[in-house]
Ligand binder design. Sequence first.
Ligand code: MLT
Length: 411
Amino acid sequence: MALVNEHYLKLKAGYLFPEITRRVQAFTDANPEVEIIRLGIGDVTQSLPPAVIDSLHQAVSEMGKPETFRGYGPEQGYQFLIDLILANDYEARSVRLDSDEVFVSDGSKCDSGNIQEIFAVDNIIAVADPAYPVYVDTNVMAGRTGEADAQGRYHGLYYMPCTEANDFLPELPDRKVDIIYLCFPNNPTGVVANPQVLQAWVDYALENQAIILFDGAYEAYITEEHIPHSIYEIPGAKECAIEFRSFSKTAGFTGTRCAYTVVPKGLVARTASGEPVSINQLWNRRHTTKFNGVSYPVQVAAAAVYSDEGKNQVRELIRYYMENARIIRKTLTSAGFAVYGGVNAPYIWMKTSDGMSSWEFFDQLLAEAHVVGTPGSGFGPSGEGYFRLSAFGNRENTEEAVARIRNKISP
Ligand code: MLT
């Protein structure tokens, strides 16, 4: 008799975004004439930069000729892409990494979800609350938690509430934890961490032999000079942190799929008997066993992001989305809503109207303003009473959406 992994049965309802899709579908089925504006899931709307498209076409043509055709590539990624990543994303910020510390993949969702596999089930996991749901759900699936309580907090996880009182920044644990998920610029709150904040985390991790899983998928949206783009800009981080980076939000690759994860060779964790084990070697073993590499055309397309033309076009894309963020912030603030984020991140984190739960606000916005956002409680219990709007829409829709909210919804 086949038995299921019963840890899956502890998961709360559906994954957040499919649940939103389900509710929106039910609304549009009942109201087919209504024009909905979607600022919910953080999916890009602008097409791939022309430099990326040109390279993609060329690489696809190469695949059609026997002399340039390629089969399996290196699971860790082609050297041409890794060299560009190292030079542009790290050396340019005075961070030295080796080629075999970079693992190209098809997404940060997969990597940040899969990474927990190489760690023991009895590690104490610390997550910000609210947080990208993948961090919590994958640990639930792996059996690192008990059941969720009425607020949705899983027994066995260490939650770090991020609220107005602490400027939405997770506080250092008051006990020893082993694995810490951090995301800056933050999804969903849009806040960033300055060097002092990150240094405190690195110091905590080194002192407690903990490992930081640092999600930097939104680093390209940092506008303020003093904010680090990589955790490795912080002294000591190469001994305690893994970093996830993505082309999805940077260059419009959400449907094209390319990302990378950095696992420094200085990173070790221990066996139960105290023997040190290289995390880089463990991840390499996992990656090469379960993944066959990102397709050649997609890696060539990602490489084009680092050409002069590509860099200019990507900068333009980011400017476009950040102007949306500015419009959302400004309009909602002047309408009287409490609004956070949106300065170094493509997400705006707002308080719901007086006393409303996140899902009540979701339903009201959908029914009255015909705008879709993401309920804050979907990111964790401390997100209750908040709501996330994405700046990844097109300009016209973004302007229309916030005008509808201002005119139809009171703060
Ligand atoms: C989000 O809306 O939070 C993102 O689209 C999630 C993701 O990148 O998977």
